[in-house]
Design a binder for this molecule. Structure first.
Ligand SMILES: [Zn+2]
Length: 303
């Protein structure tokens, strides 16, 4: 399970393969292929709400291996998500909800959201295979990898597999499979699963308008897309990444590091207005905010 977000830049690689997604019926199934796209209307690509952590959860994480330098890089990167959300990340010695390995041969990947609970306790739920163990400072591409994998851990899926990519990013399947095979030694199935596959609406709770700046995008060379659009590495959270996690994990009090990121601002950025906006701003119950936001997403899909 690996992917090559940054490998072609000669730096670290990022991304992952959320190989199994628990569906709402509780069964675990492999991703189904399909180019089911919606109408391309504005609607971060988020896993079904059953796959999101409960609001105000205390999420423990532990390390399988890695040295102090690698672990410190993870600690610093986690804070960049944590300031926006109501989850608390706490390191424990072993057996954490999120179990992080640094196996260089295993690439970088993560399970999605609470699917981590379905992994055996002696197995990692995330691997960060490209984090330098000797250089103390974190280079942007390393931080991008960690943020991307923790985005999966929060429940986010790949932006480039969003239904909203329709008409904006069209992969040439032959060229894409060839490129990933040469650049990253990926198999056909791996490319299919983590690049070509487009999520069905039923596999998601929401998705935003297509966000090429999302941390959940791979870098994409223009040579493998029909439109010729090149997407560079994204190593920081985009505004839509922040807005979506704020609305899925709403905090009652904003972190002093991001006072400006109010729920109101997140709603405005995503495009929620009118009654849904008023109703969401009226409640302080985080579960209600999440559900109302999911409902808004569903309503907007059918318009
Ligand atoms: Zn990924």
């Amino acid at each position: 399970m690996a992917d090559g977000r940054d490998a072609r830049a000669g730096q670290v690689s990022s991304g992952c393969m959320p190989v199994f997604i628990p569906l709402s019926n509780g069964k675990i199934e492999e991703d189904e292929d399909g180019e089911n796209s919606d109408d391309g209307q504005p609607y971060a690509v988020v896993a079904p709400d059953c796959n999101l952590w409960e609001n105000y959860s205390r999420i423990t994480f532990s390390f399988f291996d890695g040295n102090g330098i690698q672990r410190a890089k993870v600690h610093r990167a986690i804070l960049k998500w944590a300031m926006y959300i109501n989850l608390t990340f706490v390191e424990c010695q072993s057996g954490g909800d999120i179990r992080i390995g640094f196996d260089e041969a295993a690439g970088s990947w993560s399970t999605v959201g609470t699917f981590a609970r379905m992994v055996g306790l002696n197995e990692p739920t995330m691997n960060l295979g490209w984090i330098n163990a000797e250089t103390e400072s974190t280079i942007p591409a390393e931080e991008g990898v960690i943020l991307h994998e923790f985005g999966h851990a929060l429940g986010l899926l790949h932006e480039h597999q969003s239904p909203a990519r329709h008409g904006v990013l069209t992969f040439n399947a032959t060229e894409t499979i060839r490129d990933f095979r040469i650049a990253h030694s990926w198999t056909h199935d791996m490319v299919e699963e983590s690049v070509l596959h487009v999520w069905n609406q039923s596999e998601l709770s929401s998705h935003s308008r297509f966000d090429t700046r999302s941390i959940m995008m791979y870098s994409i060379p223009g040579t493998i897309t029909e439109e010729g659009n090149t997407i560079q590495n994204n190593n920081v959270l985009s505004d839509l990444d922040k807005a979506y996690v704020i609305l899925y994990y709403p905090r009652s009090r904003r972190d002093e590091l991001c006072q400006e990121w109010t729920i109101s601002r997140a709603l405005e950025l995503v495009g929620v207005d009118g009654e849904p906006q008023k109703n969401i701003l009226k409640t302080e119950n985080p579960d209600s905010i999440r559900q109302m936001f999911i409902q808004w997403n569903e309503n907007n899909r059918t318009v």
